[in-house]
Ligand binder design. Sequence first.
Ligand SMILES: Cc1ncc(C[n+]2csc(CCOP(=O)(O)OP(=O)(O)O)c2C)c(N)n1
Length: 332
Amino acid sequence: MKQTTRKAAAPGRPEKYPPDWLGMHRMMLLIRHFEESVRSLATAGAVPGLVHLCAGQEATNVGVIAALAKGDMIASHHRGHGHCLAKGANVFSLLAEILGKDAGLCGGRSGSMHFIDLDNGNLGTNGIVGGGIPLAAGAALAARARGGNEVFVCFFGDGALNQGLLHECMNMTAIWNLPVVFVCENNGFGEFTAIDDVTAGPSIVARGEVFGIPSKMIDGMDVRTVFTTTQRAVARARAGKGPSFIVCNTWRFGGHHVGDKQDYKMDAETKRWLARDPIPKSGKRLIAEGLTTAAKLKTLEAQITTQVRDAVDRVRNAPEAAATRLAEHVYG
Ligand SMILES: Cc1ncc(C[n+]2csc(CCOP(=O)(O)OP(=O)(O)O)c2C)c(N)n1
């Protein structure tokens, strides 16, 4: 659990270079394969606690984070493996953490829902719905006080739209022009309840608009749309103009957690969303633009499969976090 002194964010790739669409595709593939492996491990009983997978939401995870500079920070939520990988976490260390191994990102103490990765600018996953929102707002306020130029993204699900702290943080960040990008990953459900059954008002985008925050609803299954929208929000935040709110419409291909039977989902709706899988969509576009070939994409996928399989093999054989060291890193 290394704590690092943070460096100021370099202006970074987003504003200077053409977008790395191929790199974003690679990261989406890595997340998909990683999550598939976690699903198998969890089904086999190898993962302690509940696991929430983000397969289907990769374009949102990757498109947002690709628009950040290295020193920028994110605060994630309970469905956060994809955020963590996209922000630069090592595949083995993340998997080891999820399985409670000593070599994990936080020494195996946090599991899937409570790890942090400060070296990579990740304030962590969070078991409290909306819990990352005040962390990002507070970190942005601290950065402002230090004279830093970092931008802070908080990810949250549609389940957090009716949490009071979202509205409090939107209000404060707007008043103080803090560099925060609020990203709602709207996958249509909070646990097993459809968003429309619990969310009042004609438009969820209005939740940002009422505070004068530029707010937009976008296709969260299109990595390029997510990237370009976030890039504008990040530039605005870095220029000292304050927060933005982005609602990314997306879909979790699995249930709320591994083992959820998903009998609350309509087959036709599931079919429609599966047809919008962000990964084949991105692959087809890359090929059409001559940025890669079908053969190269196949090789890339094989490499990623091997990378994840190797990590799984190493993690299986890695030692558990030792109970005798439980009191380490406990303060007070
Ligand atoms: C403050 C709080 N209330 C309730 C819960 C129980 N809970 C865990 S996940 C969840 C649903 C979250 O839905 P959403 O934010 O839309 O994220 P998704 O799971 O769809 O990605 C709820 C209600 C919680 N963890 N924290």
